[in-house]
Design a binder for this molecule. Structure first.
Ligand SMILES: [Zn+2]
Length: 330
């Protein structure tokens, strides 16, 4: 048995009420993150350690799974050291199998959401910017809609964000929702998570030309829009707190310095440490650090322009940031 499989089964035995093997490399059981008796919406891959709950949408890799299950830090570190090489191998093997092309959506679909997301205006976002990015509103589900484009600019997905704080906060519209808007045109629609860097299509020409001084990486749509509005047009959003091999493949083509600017949370700092490590071989890596006085949980779009500039311009070198961060981890 492989180490990853070993670890995954140990975690499942400890934290799931029951589990079964649903395929050669997957186990299934009731989700430990929401109240679920028997349906088994929770899946973990025993080669990559990636997990997902199709009900509450919790997802991530082995590291975040252990964190979410409140595994002690020393145990997580020991486990990650043990499985690191094997996980890398699993990803490389998967890549060889060939990749699916993204499923392209018709631009006309955006017409359905052609309504002003007023709450974003109230948050200080500029109408022209929202228009330029086709940010809209889905009256049927009460969600702000963010079109997702691949690095060629092709429309590959729509993400809807709730206004009332209900979960999941962000939701990628799948075939079922899209068909509600456009008959059955999107019956076979699929979205490959972790394949896209939001706003990459607007940055890529400058990257190719070597005109990007520093590429900012933020977590979400709002943070990215806020950076753009404040003059940082070389900004992309990872749409999550991890970089996938797709992201890395996209970024590693360019010899560009990157600045990691995630939200102000402990989870995001742990993710920053990991991202920095992933990016360091190919890039000069910087990290934007929030001033101590700022509340935990705030994100780039909570910062007024001046504060935003300070945080971006005073980004720390990753190595220095990391050693400072490590001292808070003991
Ligand atoms: Zn769940």
């Amino acid at each position: 048995m492989s180490d990853v499989q070993d670890v995954v089964e140990e975690l499942a035995t400890k934290h799931l009420r029951w589990w079964r093997r649903s395929s050669d490399d997957e186990i299934t059981g009731p989700c430990p993150f929401h109240d679920e008796a028997s349906t088994g919406a929770f899946h973990i891959n025993t080669q990559t350690g990636m997990f997902i709950c199709f009900s509450c949408q919790e997802r991530g890799g082995l590291f975040s799974l252990m964190k979410k299950l409140r595994t002690p830090r020393v145990v997580i570190d020991a486990v990650m050291r043990r499985v690191e090489g094997e996980l890398d191998g699993a990803w490389r093997k998967k890549k060889k199998k060939g990749e699916r092309e993204p499923f392209l959506l018709h631009e006309a679909l955006l017409g359905v959401f052609d309504r002003c997301p007023t709450s974003l205006l109230e948050d200080g976002f500029n109408m022209d910017l929202l228009r330029a990015y086709d940010i809209g509103f889905d009256t049927l589900h009460g969600r702000i809609t963010y079109p997702i484009r691949d690095h060629h600019g092709r429309l590959v997905g729509i993400s809807g964000r709730t206004l009332d704080g209900s979960l999941p906060k962000y939701k990628i519209y799948m075939a079922k929702q899209l068909c509600e808007f456009n008959d059955k045109a999107y019956g076979g629609y699929y979205f490959i998570r972790g394949q896209f860097l939001w706003n990459m299509h607007n940055v890529i020409a400058d990257l190719r030309a070597g005109d990007v001084k520093r590429l900012n990486i933020v977590e979400g749509f709002k943070a990215c829009l806020w950076m753009l509005q404040n003059g940082y047009r070389h900004t992309v959003a990872s749409l999550g707190v991890f970089l996938t091999r797709h992201h890395l493949a996209l970024l590693d083509r360019y010899n560009v310095a990157v600045n990691i600017f995630l939200d102000n949370t402990e989870d995001a700092r742990a993710a920053t440490a990991k991202m920095g490590k992933q990016l360091s071989p190919g890039h000069d890596v910087y990290v934007s650090r929030y001033p101590r006085a700022l509340e935990d949980g705030c994100q780039p779009d909570d910062l007024p322009k001046k504060a935003l500039q300070l945080v971006v311009e005073n980004a720390l070198n990753y190595g220095r940031w990391r050693s400072e961060w490590m001292t808070t981890q003991i």
